[in-house]
Design a protein around this ligand. Structure first.
Ligand SMILES: [Zn+2]
Length: 108
C-alpha cells in the first residue's frame, strides 16, 4: 500500500501535477495484495498526497506460470499451486505477482 503512495507521490513530483483525479492500479492475483483491502484503505493511504480523494480503479491480473514439463503457460491461483495439467510444480511465474500503477488521470 505504501508502495502505491510512493509511486504516485514520485510521479506527481516528476511531472509537476497538482492533483490526481483517478488512479488505475494493476494488481496480480498472486501478489498477496487484496483488491478489496486496497479499495478499503486507499483513501487513508493517499491522504495528504496529490491523490487525496482520487478515484481508484483496479484491474486484476490472473496468475500464470510456465510449466517446464508441459512446455506451456498454465493458469494458477496461488504461488504454491501445481500445474493443473501435469500436477508438477510449474517453474516460473510469468504473471500475477505485479502491483503497479498503470495510469493516472491528473489535473495540471
Ligand atoms: Zn504441467
Amino acid at each position: 500500500m505504501g508502495e502505491v503512495r510512493e509511486i504516485v507521490v514520485q510521479a506527481a513530483k516528476l511531472h509537476k501535477f497538482e492533483r490526481v483525479r483517478r488512479v488505475v492500479l494493476e494488481i496480480g492475483r498472486l501478489s498477496g495484495v487484496q483488491a478489496d483491502s486496497m479499495r478499503f484503505c486507499f483513501d487513508l493511504v493517499m491522504a495528504d498526497t496529490p491523490a487525496a480523494g482520487a478515484t481508484l480503479e483496479i484491474e486484476e491480473l490472473p496468475g500464470r506460470a510456465w510449466c517446464n514439463r508441459c512446455a506451456e503457460e498454465v493458469a494458477i491461483s496461488s504461488r504454491v499451486e501445481p500445474c493443473p495439467k501435469c500436477h508438477g510444480m510449474p517453474g516460473k511465474i510469468v504473471q500475477g505477482m505485479e502491483m503497479r500503477v498503470k495510469g493516472l488521470e491528473v489535473e495540471q
